[in-house]
Design a binder for this molecule. Structure first.
Ligand code: SF4
Length: 200
């Protein structure tokens, strides 16, 4: 059976960029008191990541993925020097799966160890193919919320992309963008609370 204990080396927080939704940012704002400002986020050119299916936002006619910003050394802005995450209880949902992944197949969700994490994440030990039921259950619940949040984020991104603002460069409309996605996130959060799908 696989056992996972994060040993706070922070490899994953240094190696990967972290895609976020409007709801990930709202969670950080509400529960972790993070001031969501231009320097909190970053944009990754969608054309460089063909295999990713996250919703894309348009600025100046170009498509991007919205992500957390990173420090000069490439690590996440929330990674502390001791390897801990400064927003751990409220970190973006994508961070909460690692080193596992969910696979969506119709209404079914299966949980597996992330193949990319094998040999890379020092917190994984044991038989990688057998995942404890409590981990499966927690991550399946998380996956259902994540799937719903991504759908909502897709709609918000579409609305932004169809607006006149998307023709302008990021620097010109960043404040408007942050206000727009925060307003949408507050509306969507209420929906998720009603459906019992809101994850703090
Ligand atoms: S939010 Fe936390 S867990 Fe996620 S990459 Fe940043 S430091 Fe790591």
């Amino acid at each position: 059976m696989v056992i996972f204990r994060c040993i706070l080396k922070g490899y994953c927080c240094k190696k990967y960029w972290i895609p976020v939704t409007h709801l990930d940012l709202l969670r950080l704002k509400i529960y972790a008191n993070v001031d969501i400002k231009p320097s909190t986020i970053s944009l990754y050119e969608a054309s460089l990541y063909d295999d990713l299916t996250y919703p894309q936002v348009v600025f100046g006619g170009e498509k991007y993925f919205l992500a957390l910003n990173s420090k000069d050394d490439g690590s996440c802005i929330f990674l502390l020097r001791n390897g801990k995450c400064s927003v751990h209880p409220y970190k973006p949902l994508v961070c909460r799966f690692y080193p596992f992944v969910y696979i969506e197949n119709g209404d079914n969700i299966s949980i597996e160890v992330n193949e990319n994490a094998l040999g890379e994440c020092p917190g994984i030990i044991g038989n990688k193919r057998i995942i404890p039921e409590d981990i499966k259950s927690d991550l399946t619940k998380l996956a259902r919320a994540r799937i719903q949040e991504l759908k909502m984020w897709g709609k918000v991104a579409k609305e932004w992309n169809e607006s006149e603002y998307s023709k302008k460069e990021f620097d010109e409309v960043i404040q408007t963008f942050l206000e727009f996605i925060t307003m949408k996130a507050e509306e969507d959060m209420k929906e998720l609370v009603k459906k019992n799908l809101w994850i703090p």
